[in-house]
Design a protein around this ligand. Structure first.
Ligand SMILES: Cc1ncc(COP(=O)(O)O)c(C=O)c1O
Length: 423
C-alpha cells in the first residue's frame, strides 16, 4: 500500500476485520501500526506515571524514553482526593482490617458493611432512595443501562455521549437514536418520532471532551412532555457542580427530574468504581438484571474505606470545590488572554482546539511534554478530525505558580505555533 494511503487511515478504519484468522488483526492494521509516524503518535499513549497523580508527578515519556518531573494537567484527580492524607490513612486502616480484595460479587459474598455504608451515604448525598455500587464506572453505565432497557425500547442519546453508555445500550438490544450535540430540536424530533414507545434519554452533566454542560432544563422538560425517562451521567460533575457538590442536577435545581443519576468513583472521588442513584424499586429490580453488579467482584474494601473518607472530606465544607473553581477561573483567564479556541467549555475540563492538522498536534504535544507539561493530545476519531485538541483537566491541587508555568509553556508552544498571541 502507498504511504499516503496508509497514513490517511485512523483507528476508525479497522473496526471490521477480514483476516481469516480470527485471532489476528487485519493485515492493513499491522502495516499501519508499524509505520514510524503512527508509532510516534501512539507513543503518547500509556506513558508511565512513576509517582502519585498530584499537581507535580514524575512521568516516563515514551516519545524519547526520558523521565521528567511534570505539571499534571491530565489526571482526573480533580479534587486531589486520591492523594489526600486522610483518604490514604482510611485506605490503610481498611486494608489492615479487611484485606485487599472483596473476593466475591455483591449478591453472594462481596458485600461488606463498608459497601452498604457507602451506598447509603451516596444515596443520601444524591437525595435519591437507593444506590447500587459497581466495581468500575464503565461497568456501572453498561450494567445499569443493560438492566433497564429491553429490545423494543428506544435509547435517545446525545451524539457526544460516553462509550460506556453506547455499549450498555448495545447490550440491552434497545434501538439507538442520536441527536446532534445539545440540540433540543433534534431531541424533540426523536421523542416525537418514537411516541408510544418506552424511551430513555441519556445525557452527560459535563461532556468529557468539550467541558460544556447538558441543557438540563430543556432536556428534562422535553422528557416530561414526552413521557421519557432521564439518565444523567455525572462522571465529570459530581462533587464539583452545585452548591453542595451534588452535580449538574443540583446546579440547575432539577435533581428530582433526573430518574437515574450515574457517577464514577474514579475521578473527583479519587478511587475506582461507579454508582447509580435512583428510586428504590429500580435499584431492587436491577439487582436481579444488571450483570456487571451480580456477576462481578465488588469494589476492593481498602478503596471503599478511602471513598467513604473522600465523600466526607469533599462534603464537610466547600474548600476543595472552591479551590478547583478558583484554579479553573484563573487558568481559563490565562488561556483566553492567549486567544486560544476553548470551544464551549464551562467547567474544569478545558479543551484547546487546534484544528485539523494531526502532525501539528503531535509535534506540539512532544514540545509541551519535553518542557515538563503533561498535557495530552486528543486525536481523531476520539474527536472530529477538524477539531483535534489538547484537553486540560484542572485540579484543585495546582498552585498559582504551577498554573503560570503551564500557561507560559502553552503560550510558547501552542499559542505561538497557532499564531493566536496578540490577535
Ligand atoms: C462521561 C463518562 N462516563 C463514564 C466513564 C467511565 O468511568 P470510569 O473511568 O470510572 O470507568 C467515563 C470515564 O472516562 C466518562 O468520562
Amino acid at each position: 500500500m502507498k504511504e499516503d494511503q496508509l497514513l490517511s487511515f485512523s483507528l476508525a478504519d479497522f473496526h471490521y476485520n477480514d483476516n481469516p484468522d480470527v485471532l489476528q488483526p487485519p493485515e492493513d492494521f499491522k502495516q499501519w501500526l508499524s509505520h514510524s509516524k503512527v508509532r510516534s503518535a501512539f507513543s503518547f499513549f500509556e506513558q508511565q506515571l512513576l509517582t502519585a497523580p498530584k499537581a507535580k508527578s514524575r512521568v516516563r515519556n515514551n516519545f524519547d524514553g526520558k523521565e521528567r518531573d511534570i505539571i499534571n494537567l491530565t489526571s482526573y484527580n480533580y479534587l486531589g482526593l486520591s492523594t489526600h492524607p486522610e483518604v490514604i490513612q482510611a485506605c490503610k486502616e481498611t486494608l489492615d482490617k479487611y484485606g485487599m480484595g472483596a473476593s466475591g460479587a455483591p449478591l453472594l459474598s462481596g458485600t461488606f458493611d463498608l459497601h452498604a455504608e457507602l451506598a447509603d451515604k451516596l444515596a443520601a448525598f444524591k437525595e435519591k432512595e437507593g444506590c447500587l455500587l459497581y466495581s468500575s464506572g464503565f461497568g456501572g453505565n453498561v450494567g445499569a443501562i443493560q438492566g433497564i432497557l429491553r429490545k423494543g425500547d428506544i435509547a435517545i442519546m446525545d451524539e457526544k455521549i460516553h462509550r460506556s453508555i453506547v455499549d450498555g445500550v448495545t447490550l440491552s438490544g434497545a434501538k439507538m437514536a442520536f441527536f446532534p450535540h445539545n440540540n433540543m430540536k433534534g431531541l424533540e424530533a426523536l421523542l416525537e418520532k418514537h411516541q408510544g414507545k418506552r424511551k430513555l434519554v441519556l445525557v452527560e452533566g459535563v461532556y468529557s471532551m468539550d467541558g460544556d454542560l447538558v441543557k438540563l432544563p430543556e432536556v428534562s422538560a422535553l422528557c416530561e412532555s414526552y413521557n421519557a425517562g432521564l439518565f444523567l451521567d455525572e462522571a465529570h460533575s459530581s462533587l464539583i457542580f452545585g452548591e453542595h457538590g451534588r452535580g449538574v442536577g443540583e446546579h440547575f435545581g432539577l435533581e428530582d427530574k433526573v430518574g437515574v443519576s450515574f457517577g464514577t468513583l474514579s475521578k473527583s472521588f479519587g478511587g475506582v468504581g461507579g454508582f447509580i442513584c435512583s428510586n428504590q424499586g429500580l435499584i431492587d429490580y436491577l439487582k436481579g438484571y444488571s450483570s456487571p453488579w451480580n456477576f462481578s467482584c465488588a469494589i476492593a474494601p481498602p478503596i471503599v474505606g478511602g471513598l467513604l473518607k473522600a465523600l466526607e472530606v469533599a462534603t464537610r465544607d466547600s474548600t476543595l470545590r472552591d479551590k478547583l473553581w478558583q484554579n479553573t477561573h484563573y487558568f481559563r483567564k490565562g488561556l483566553e488572554a492567549l486567544n486560544l479556541n476553548l470551544g464551549l467549555a464551562e467547567s474544569q475540563v478545558i479543551p484547546i482546539i487546534i484544528g485539523s492538522s494531526g502532525d501539528m498536534l503531535l509535534e506540539m504535544a512532544s514540545q509541551v511534554q519535553a518542557r515538563g507539561l503533561f498535557l495530552q493530545p486528543v486525536d481523531y476519531p476520539a474527536v472530529p478530525a477538524h477539531e483535534r485538541r489538547f484537553r486540560i483537566s484542572v485540579s484543585s491541587q495546582l498552585n498559582k505558580e504551577e498554573i503560570d508555568q503551564a500557561l507560559n509553556i502553552i503560550e510558547d508552544v501552542i499559542a505561538k505555533g497557532l499564531g493566536t498571541v496578540g490577535k
